[in-house]
Design a binder for this molecule. Sequence first.
Ligand code: ZN
Ligand code: ZN
Ligand code: FE
Length: 748
Amino acid sequence: MGFRPFIYQLASRYGLSGFVINTSDGVTLEIEGADGHIDSFFKDIIRDCPPLAYISSIEREYISPKYEKGFQIEESKRGDERSTLISPDVCVCEDCIREMMDPFDRRYRYPFINCTNCGPRYTIIMDIPYDRENTTMKKFKMCKLCKEEYEDPQNRRFHAQPNACPKCGPEVTLWNNKREKLNCDDPILKAKELIKKGAILAIKGLGGFHLAVDAKNHKAVVRLRKRKRREEKPFAIMVRDIEDAKGIAHLSHEEEKILTSKERPIVLLRKRKGNPLSSEVSPKNRYFGIMLPYTPIHYLLLEKRGDIFVMTSGNITDEPINIDNDDAFRNLKDIADYFLIHNRDIYLRSDDSVVTFMGGKLRQIRRSRGYVPVPIFLSERLRGLPLVLALGGELKNTICLIKDGKAFLSQHVGDMENLETFQFFLLTIRHMSRILDITPELLVYDMHPDYLTTQYAKEQTDIPTVAVQHHHAHLVSCLAENGISGPVIGITLDGTGYGTDGNIWGGEVLVGDALRFRRRAHFEYVPLPGGDSAIRYPWKSAISYLYKAFESDLLNLNIPLFKRISKRDTEVVLKMIQRDINCYPTSSCGRLFDAIAAILGLRHRVSYEGQAPMELEMISDEDIKDYYEFGLEKEGDRYLIKISDLIRAVVEDVQKGIGPSVIAKRFHNSIIEIFKLLCVILRDEEGINRVALSGGVFQNRIIFENLSLKLQQEGFEVITHSLVPTNDGGLSLGQAIVGGLRFKEGLI
Ligand code: ZN
Ligand code: ZN
Ligand code: FE
């Protein structure tokens, strides 16, 4: 990470002798010199630390002088401890870009240019220590000039493991979808021309393949949607620079900083009206997912001002992103017209990260390339845990490993609904355990009996296992990244999670800490016809919620839903509910959003998870401040949120002809009021003034921003996610902490 050359230069400046060596524990240095110089040396280490290095602690020990001359960088040895932190992949730096654009430089237009401060890391590392031999660059032998740079401590490529040039390094080639190589001088230039003509290109990048089309070419975007069988989920786009981003979206100063950060995530940015992009890039959405170029190839592709390309992950919908050239040709030949590939192997795939800026902070939506494997540093109270492997949930899966007070979340693995994703999950477990040198002592998984992760856990017989409740894991994930161990009032709102009573939870107020919880409030149960399969059909949820409010009279309602769903279909589902056939009680918040979206006629069927709530959020009229009444009923020490009044009020508004954007916002306001009120009640009863917000629903900007604000106005301390996703992508962190603590306390 450029640390050893930095130390070398610093030691030389102060005339210190000794050596520096990479060990698997981090970096060890031996220095000898005048006291004053040594103190300044240590001060400078902290102050001038290079961009990719992270100092978690410095330990100093005095040894007898050896009267050596000069300072050396020594070859690293393979240690038995392997806790060196591995750098994430970061974007190509400005120095490298400058060289790449210089016609007199030997790396002019060379798309694999990198240096000590930039380039691929996590995705090319096969083992540790981080040396060229342990990366996928192993197969390229450095030429004389590259080797000189690599060995020269004064050079900015000193010990840059992926160092390469056109003479000795990887190369790009262009192919058609029959796997015939196209002969051209500059494959990248040619690829750009093809995109501009409307072709779909598969482009191999840092962590996998992208599918690229010209974002201004409506026909091409539509064709990509058809071929990828991705009907409506927004496509990410890549723009050349900040200026081009500003041309299509509104950017705050903070958003600009995130967009240009070395992690280069996809940032959700509010669309500018009248922007020139195809309406199919991000339909029914007020936001674009925008990223800037992060590899040299991207810079060469987007040389021209105003060029904006869709860059969506190269996969068949619902399968992991393709990394291997053979796999890509096999899987993407019916989608892409051409392939821009290269021969630097990707060892571990990593999707683009997705972030947004809400409530004054960066929020992770998909934490992957650029951020992984930087650990979450745990607070003192959460230290001393065993070596834990937490398996995450079913959707947006990530895994988490804990070692020495650090929690390592994996890159985004994906939705565990097919063999490919499951295999990627297994590979990720193996790989992360190896590079972090962790042999887990405890396995933690979700309580849901049908999850693939649960089945995997049940098959491991040589290690203790423990199941953690889904929403408790959400809550503790939020606590852990904020360095808190509890107790708090935890509002956890999401689509689905298996409850301790065997029902589907999702609209929960838990009171508890990192060890245990009590369920103090939730939405009253509603029967979900077909269980989790109803997720794809919001109209089925709608029938169920309407039944709660109107019973069989719902058939006589004049609402937009019934213009889309036939009377026969409605009656079939109604019978299932009335006779309790294949119905599963749920307190889900996501399904309530689904139901409202369906009742309003917005969406009766969805093509991706969370689509109906997202569209409901997007049409909401921000000026509407009032809300619908709701009922609360106390049952034992638990509050049930009654939804009948709310549903009746929504239907009444619909029948009065009030517009969906007004109703949608009133509904949002109602959710905010319900949970604010519950917090006030529970504060009185429990004497807790701290509220944590977690679960996928908090990706909803209206809910997140307004509920946090209102709670703060009521005097609450509000704890939220920032480092890990509030959705199921952050689940594994909470699981690991809960499981690890229970193990430590002897409760397993
Ligand atoms: Zn560089
Ligand atoms: Zn070379
Ligand atoms: Fe969840």
